[in-house]
Design a protein around this ligand. Structure first.
Ligand SMILES: NC(=O)c1ccc[n+]([C@@H]2O[C@H](COP(=O)([O-])OP(=O)(O)OC[C@H]3O[C@@H](n4cnc5c(N)ncnc54)[C@H](OP(=O)(O)O)[C@@H]3O)[C@@H](O)[C@H]2O)c1
Length: 272
């Protein structure tokens, strides 16, 4: 029987992509699953009826919504065992061109959303000796050009979780983060451009990327094995390793990689 059978799991941002796949996998493993997103209708429409599923409208960048989410779950099921901070958005624009409100929005959702939900749930999780998880990114280890706000939000998330892990070292709570590589989802369609509008078109061939389902199953295995961190793809592992040993070389490799993306914003600076 799976480790999360009968556990009470909250997954933020579950109406598409990795969060949706995580919710489906957790339900299949026998967990009670509470999911949230800003668009409740869309959230409800992606899951068939299930008595172990609770859909809550919540914007994680609003602290009161995060408190309401946790209180609703605790009132219904009596506590929280596992919190998966998954809700997130991305961006693609040069810092020089980007409205700072875009960077603030990324921090509000990706970082503050994690802080608000974790703060609301932490007493329940300490009581349950449960798990706090952040869905981070390779951008949480290595800043990526055209993604200054995204990288900052994931570095902040990882710093927050590392400090929290150490603080809770003797409580029985497990704190971890996972760093998917490029995974097929809606994230690049809704990624913010310089003025905050969605870029609409993904620059990648989503069919060639890891599926959200595979990503979700790696995450759930990571929870079962109480991994501290999970860096998912070989490209991601290589990037993290290279960046530790050869940071200047990694600057140019990462630059070249993102310069070669279709319609890369970096072309503005490329002299060749
Ligand atoms: N896909 C990748 O290549 C990749 C790689 C590394 C890391 N990640 C991380 O994986 C996580 C999930 O991304 P994804 O790729 O699955 O993206 P996605 O398909 O765009 O899904 C994002 C989900 O988050 C919800 N959401 C967005 N803003 C929210 C808010 N303020 N409050 C509550 N829910 C919110 C969205 O629903 P609503 O818009 O209705 O709220 C949606 O359900 C993110 O943290 C992302 O940074 C993704």
């Amino acid at each position: 029987m799976s480790d999360i059978h009968n556990k009470i799991v909250i997954i933020t941002g579950a109406s598409s992509g990795i969060g949706k796949a995580l919710a489906e996998a957790a339900l299949a493993a026998g967990a009670k699953v509470a999911v949230c997103a800003r668009n409740l209708q869309k959230l409800q429409s992606v899951f068939p009826d299930n008595e172990r599923l609770l859909c809550v409208q919540a914007d994680v960048s609003v602290e009161a919504d995060c408190v309401k989410l946790v209180e609703t779950v605790a009132a219904m099921w009596g506590g929280v065992d596992i919190l998966i901070n998954n809700a997130g958005i991305s961006m693609r624009a040069l810092f020089e061109d980007t409205n700072t409100a875009v960077i603030k929005e990324l921090m509000d959702i990706n970082f503050w959303g994690t802080v608000y939900c974790t703060r609301a749930a932490i007493s329940h999780i300490i009581k349950a000796k449960g798990v706090v998880l952040g869905v981070s990114s390779i951008a949480g280890y290595r800043g990526l050009p055209g993604r200054t706000g995204y990288s900052a939000s994931k570095f902040a998330m990882q710093g927050f979780l590392e400090a929290l892990r150490t603080e809770l070292l003797h409580t029985g709570v497990h704190v971890m983060w996972v760093s998917p590589g490029f995974t097929a989802s809606n994230i690049r369609n809704v990624a913010r451009t310089a003025d905050g509008s969605a870029q609409a078109e993904t620059p990648l061939d989503e069919k060639k990327l890891m599926s959200a389902e595979e990503c979700a199953s790696v995450i759930l295995r990571g929870i079962e094995k109480r991994k501290r961190t999970v860096v998912m793809t070989s490209q991601g592992k290589l990037t993290v390793w290279l960046n530790k040993l050869f940071p200047a070389l990694t600057d140019s490799l990462v630059y070249k990689h993102f310069l070669n993306e279709p319609e890369s914003p970096l072309r503005k600076y490329d002299k060749k």
